[in-house]
Design a protein around this ligand. Structure first.
Ligand code: AMP
Ligand code: MG
Length: 488
């Protein structure tokens, strides 16, 4: 395995025309230190765990002494924020340090978040706080563990620098990895500044690197847009199935690759509450949990608009029309798996909708409900107390359980085998808000062991981990409705 110094960089984004980015040097912490590192993300770069323990690691990824070949830059983008177009956003507190090429030829953009002022900082200080950094770090790696497309998190770098938000907080930096950080808003920027040749340049760049099968095709841009629609539909179907609310689905936080991008005030459902609003600043619930599919489509329409110099109105419409059916079919397929159903039958939708209504009535814990459902006993007369426990309306849930049992028996379902299958799709551990908060509180006191522990637990969310049983528990009273704002 190569050492840090042997990491190779080939910064393709830096080769794009001048208007795409600005060269900026990071403003490192003077007392930078490694807070936590993800061993799995390290392996993506082909680095051994021991490399992270070297002081040079923090110096390189914390921006103090960039590695040979890195060309730090801030990229420009725009975006619709809460429905309002903001003509210029860009990396205001992050830098693309470079694009690493691993020994196996994979390419990862290395992005440093919290790295200081850039020309896109507007009124901001260019910093990130430890609190939001821990949240993004843990959730990126947790989403990966859940099998949901996401940017990755390599490490957190700490410093003693203070950052002013609603109160004084500790600053930190996050090293993020992704094949590309291009956003819907990157296309919007070039479209609305009427630099249509750059819309094409960006599209060609993205196609060459991430959609090579489309290159050379006459209708490549239309097919590209159709694929982004499809990837986004798949992504949101996975969010809805696992109970994840992103919190700030502005078009600048939408990845062109269909990755979960820019973790802010996100939340996993504890109680099943379809209208769950995780972002305290989202007064009207624009980004409520159950609105995510609709908002994703709205965002895709913005992207379609931004591509109108490359595709026809009709091509854009056709692609957009595929979103809802595609989302519905991915979501239903995923939920069938969560219910342990192998066959697809017309009555499944009703079975699911009835269940959701009962779960919402009872405010059943979303993650725990499905995990327990894997233990459903189809034998004659079984009472399935583990299921009934979670509902006050016993008659209602008994009726549903009877229908569920009939449905399982109709496809010859075998309890033990189904349980194994369901345990691979219904996680035991998700990054509940109160878990993140506990790790943050300790980290703010200088103790990072809880961050490391959660990282490890959440990397295997489907495994029973008896020594970490407590982390599967629904929130205690204090952790139920923690307020998480956009401030980060
Ligand atoms: P976000 O809400 O983190 O997705 O950020 C939206 C926009 O605001 C992006 O252009 C960020 O770069 C910028 N931004 C957010 N926080 C800061 C900050 N503390 N300093 C400078 N720019 C920021
Ligand atoms: Mg953002």
């Amino acid at each position: 395995m190569p050492s840090l110094e042997q990491l190779r960089f080939d910064n393709t984004y830096a080769r794009l025309p001048a208007g795409f980015s600005v060269r900026v040097l990071p403003s490192p912490f003077q007392d930078a230190h490694l807070v936590s590192v993800s061993p799995q993300a390290l392996r993506l770069l082909g680095l051994e765990t021991s490399e992270a323990r070297r002081p040079e690691f923090v110096e390189a990824f914390g921006g103090l002494r960039p590695l040979p070949g890195m060309e730090p830059m801030a990229t420009v983008y725009a975006g619709h924020q809460f429905g309002v177009y903001v003509p210029r956003l860009g990396d205001g507190r992050a830098l693309l340090l470079g694009e690493a090429v691993t020994p196996s030829g994979e390419r990862w953009e290395v992005n440093l978040k919290g790295s200081g002022h850039t020309p896109f900082s507007r009124m901001g200080d260019g910093r990130a706080v430890l609190r939001s950094t821990v949240r993004e770090y843990l959730c990126s790696e947790a989403m990966y563990g859940l099998g949901i497309p996401t940017t990755r998190a390599l490490c957190i770098i700490g410093g003693r620098e203070q950052v002013f938000r609603e109160e004084v907080e500790t600053g930190a930096m996050l090293v993020r990895l992704a094949p590309s950080h291009v956003r819907f808003g990157t296309f919007e920027y070039f479209h609305y500044t009427e630099q249509h040749e750059h819309v094409a340049t960006l599209a060609d760049y993205v196609l060459a690197r991430h959609f090579p099968h489309l290159e050379g095709a006459k209708d490549r841009y239309a097919r590209f847009f159709a694929e982004v629609v499809e990837r986004t539909a798949q992504l949101v179907a996975q969010w809805q199935a696992v109970g994840f609310a992103h919190g700030v689905l502005n078009t600048d936080n939408m990845s062109i690759l269909g990755l979960t991008l820019d973790y802010g005030p996100f939340g996993f459902l504890d109680d099943f509450e379809p209208g769950f609003i995780c972002n305290h600043s989202d007064d009207f619930g624009r980004y409520a949990f159950d609105k995510q599919p609709r908002i994703a489509l709205w965002n895709l329409a913005c992207l379609g608009e931004a591509l109108l110099s490359l595709i026809s109105e009709e091509e854009a419409q056709t692609a957009l029309q595929a979103f809802s059916p595609s989302f519905a079919s991915h979501f239903l397929a995923r939920m069938r798996e969560k219910l342990g159903l192998r066959e697809s039958r017309p009555e499944d939708r009703e079975l699911l909708e009835t269940l959701f209504a009962k779960m919402a009535d009872a405010r059943a814990d979303y993650t725990r409900f499905f995990r327990r459902l894997g233990r459903f006993d189809t034998s004659e007369g079984a009472r399935n107390e583990l299921l009934r426990d979670q509902f006050l309306d016993m008659e209602g849930i008994d009726a549903w359980a009877a229908a569920y049992r009939t449905r399982l028996l109709a496809e010859g379902s075998v309890d033990a085998e189904r349980r194994l299958r369901m345990d691979r799709i219904n996680p035991k551990y998700v990054l509940r808000n109160y878990l993140a908060q506990t790790a943050i509180t300790r980290a703010q006191e200088g103790d990072f062991r809880e961050v490391d522990r959660l990282l490890e637990v959440l990397s295997r969310p489907f495994d029973e981990q008896p020594e970490h049983e407590a982390s599967a528990a629904p929130p205690p009273a204090w952790g139920k409705h923690l307020s998480v704002s956009c401030s980060s």
